[in-house]
Write a protein that binds this ligand. Structure first.
Ligand code: P1T
Length: 372
């Protein structure tokens, strides 16, 4: 039976052995074999683990893909995907990506990979050459929330693999494989986990050949999540749809409030009519997401210290609202000059809007902005 997204996220087959409704956590590192090579589907937990497999199947289903792989972090997942490439291969990258992704790509240049950063917000900028083996998109991007047209880029990618880091949207808001992407990547640390209590990553594809390669890489590198971490992400996923609805409605209101505030010089949120990607986001995403960035025109540190509900911290996608200063926190790995070229200003702040009552978020922002 074909299930709607919300049902798919919640529904869990009871454990066949015990009838348990919550998935069992299997800590075993190794599994008995009846004779060499004859077993019940598991040999050694780096290669495969029943709790992790439950998560991998769920991730694939939520993305509308055929195969899911879980990793120990979002960076481990990204790193695994880049191992599909070799020296001389070119990757075209959105010019606004998570600072850790940029840092990894810098490191991989040492191994002969080339990275070309450009504004993928306009699909016409994506110039494929015979060296282009991969296109790497974040949409919305971290932290400027730029939107790229996944279907338009898929249409011109040729043989290159189109990879979408879907962390900011979660599969509830956007399903890149259905728009022509080859691979979807996640930091499950964020919306999928949803509670700031587990680090994890994921890779989903529908292509058998790619899956086999990625599974080989996963087993070879070994950056897999523990069974307990797999359980936590699975648990988070069950409330993903409900949480995303509240993240989006709160973020829309926070963005509208900030946009009219005299001490805020600019707001970045795809749900605002003033956002250049507003119309595209409306087509490509179910809603506009829970992330809002803005520029404050004075006394940033005083403002941050005054906040009482919203906490100054890295990361995003948890139930609680967090605020971060990308230039010194999440994007500090990008050299200052390069950051400036990309539009990440020193006075840029990014809020991961949580699922609290909006009244408290607004009051917190209002009070902190007063008399700055
Ligand atoms: O932190 P980790 O689980 O390894 O995920 C890395 C990652 C990958 N992709 C995107 C789009 C991300 O935003 C991140 C991590 N980002 C933060 C920690 C942050 O505060 O932006």
């Amino acid at each position: 039976m074909q299930l709607e997204f919300e049902t798919l996220a919640v529904h869990q087959q009871p454990d066949p052995g015990t009838g348990a409704i919550a998935p069992p956590i299997h800590p075993s590192t190794t599994f008995a074999q009846q004779e060499p090579g004859v077993h019940k589907g598991f040999e050694y937990s780096r290669t495969g683990n029943p709790t992790r497999r439950g998560l991998e199947e769920k991730l694939a289903a939520l993305e509308g893909g055929r195969f899911g792989l879980a990793f120990a972090s979002g960076m481990a997942a990204i790193s695994a995907v880049l191992r599909l490439l070799g020296p001389g291969d070119e990757v075209i990258v959105s010019d606004d990506v998570y600072g850790g992704t940029y840092r990894l790509f810098q490191m991989l240049e040492k191994y002969g990979l080339r990275f070309t950063y450009l504004d993928t917000g306009d699909a016409a900028n994506v110039a494929i050459t015979e060296r282009t083996k991969m296109i790497w998109l974040e949409t919305p991007t971290n932290p400027l929330l730029k939107i790229s047209d996944i279907a338009a880029i898929a249409a011109l990618k040729g043989e290159a693999l189109l990879v979408v880091d879907n962390t900011f949207s979660s599969p509830y808001l956007q399903r890149p494989l259905e728009l022509g992407a080859d691979i979807v990547v996640h930091s499950t640390t964020k919306y999928l986990g949803g509670h700031c209590d587990v680090i994890g990553g994921a890779v989903v594809t529908s292509d058998d050949r790619l899956h086999e390669k990625l599974k080989f890489i996963q087993n070879t590198i070994g950056a897999v999540p523990s069974p307990f971490d797999s359980f936590l992400v699975l648990r988070g996923i069950r409330t993903l749809a409900l949480r995303m609805e509240r993240h989006c409605s709160n973020a829309q209101r926070v963005a509208e409030f900030l946009e009219t505030h005299p001490k805020v010089s600019r707001v970045y949120y795809p749900g605002l009519a003033s956002h250049p990607g507003h119309e595209l986001a409306g087509r490509q995403m179910r809603d506009y997401g829970g992330m809002v960035s803005f520029e404050l025109n004075r006394n940033m540190v005083t403002f941050l210290k005054r906040l009482r509900v919203i906490t100054l911290a890295e990361s995003l996608g948890g139930v609680e609202s967090l605020i971060c200063h990308p230039a010194s926190m999440t994007h500090a790995a990008i050299p200052k000059e390069e950051r400036r070229n990309r539009g990440i200003k020193e006075n840029l702040l990014r809020i991961s809007v949580g699922i609290e009552n909006y009244v408290d978020l607004k009051r917190d922002l209002e009070d902190a902005l007063k008399t700055l």
